[in-house]
Write a protein that binds this ligand. Structure first.
Ligand SMILES: Cc1ncc(COP(=O)(O)O)c(C=O)c1O
Length: 357
């Protein structure tokens, strides 16, 4: 029976790895997913609870009020905004709209793995190009890899896992030199405060992706959005699901955007904790990549311990960070940790201190 089903499955899907979930442990500290460690504002929670009685009805087609609120927030037209079930959903949608099987998607690595995965799912070809030794984009290497089959270049800005920002000048130079679609993923925009949204009018091949997962603390509800030309958004909506964003997520996003002061306070707390955690990790001997996001990319090499071993030691103490050792062109000495609450960060530092004795 298994053989029969196997023979029916698309070859490009067969080539994918199974997904794995971490075991949920009580009192565990999860710093492995770049989440905001705080709940959304009480107003958002109340709006979700109030809306729960209306879920017998479908959500608004085309995003209703949330799209309008995002247009106001970004200073763009409603027709330039698309919302999705997390920005992951929009990554898949954009690839579906622009890439045919056999066509290429250019990925400066290390970077967010979903770009490559979503490309493989539709039978596209991820083409990897290494960043330089400081994890900055290597413009010449990118241009060299562009072929007539290249449809999209993804630039996560700041990048995940490295947390590094790419300067606007670099993005402009790339936009001036390529004809393919360029997706600048600003998922961590409220932490980095850096955007290239002002380039949209000049470059019709630019799409910007953002998320309410990280900065607005709505990861579990799944809301992302894209900003682009009206033409691109029109085509993306034609290919999108009819109801990509659920009702509770729509109302939560709308109310979160009315409570920006709450979000700013939480971001300020993360900023403070990020600089403390960076200093303390450096005191322990780690090298910490400059971070424009709410997570840190940490090199373990000076301590002579691989990230795999270190992550395992931490996991045994119920503290979970993400191992990047030997992934996407990296050597065996990198992990990524979210910036957590002060208590979570202290627990991480204490566990590291003990493990390194
Ligand atoms: C660069 C980048 N883009 C997109 C996403 C996906 O975010 P969302 O929760 O909006 O799907 C992530 C999540 O980690 C990310 O790091």
């Amino acid at each position: 029976m298994k053989e029969k089903i196997d023979s029916l499955i698309n070859e490009n899907i067969k080539a994918l790895n199974p997904k794995q979930a971490l075991p949920k442990a009580e009192n565990a500290i999860y710093l492995n997913k770049g989440e905001l460690p705080y709940p959304p504002s009480p107003e958002v929670v109340k709006a979700i609870v109030d809306a729960a009685t209306t879920v017998n009805r479908y959500p608004d087609v085309l995003g209703g009020n949330l799209r309008k609120a995002l247009a106001e927030y970004t200073g763009k037209k409603v027709e330039q905004i698309i919302i999705g079930n997390g920005s992951d959903d929009l990554i898949e949608l954009i690839i579906k709209v622009f890439v045919k099987p056999g066509e290429e998607v250019l990925l400066p690595i290390p970077t967010f793995f979903v770009y490559g995965l979503a490309t493989q799912i539709i039978g596209g070809v991820p083409v990897f190009v290494n960043r330089n030794e400081n994890f900055d984009l290597d413009i010449e290497a990118i241009i060299e890899k562009v072929t007539p089959k290249t449809k999209i270049l993804f630039i996560a800005n700041p990048n995940n896992p490295t947390a590094k920002i790419t300067a606007k000048d670099t993005i402009v130079e790339i936009l001036d030199r390529v004809n393919c679609l360029v997706v600048v993923d600003e998922c961590y925009y409220e932490f980095s405060r850096k955007t290239v949204a002002d380039l949209l009018e000049k470059y019709p091949n630019l799409i910007i992706l953002r998320s309410l997962s990280k900065n607005f603390g709505l990861a579990g509800l799944r809301v992302g959005y894209g900003i682009a030309s009206e033409t691109i958004i029109d085509y993306c909506y034609r290919a999108a699901q009819l109801f990509p964003v659920n009702k509770l997520a729509l109302i939560a996003g709308e109310i979160a955007l009315q409570n920006l002061e709450y979000v700013r306070e939480k971001i300020a707390e993360i900023d403070r904790e990020k600089s403390n955690l960076t200093k303390e990790l450096e005191k322990l001997g780690f090298i910490v990549c400059p971070s424009a996001a709410n997570f840190l990319f940490v090199r373990t090499k000076p301590l002579g311990i691989t990230s795999k071993d270190l992550v395992e030691v931490l996991a045994n103490k119920n503290i979970f960070v993400a191992d990047f050792g030997l992934k996407q062109g990296l050597d065996a000495y990198y992990f990524r940790t979210s910036v957590g609450t002060p208590q979570e960060n202290q627990a991480l530092l204490k566990a590291l201190n003990r493990s390194l004795d």
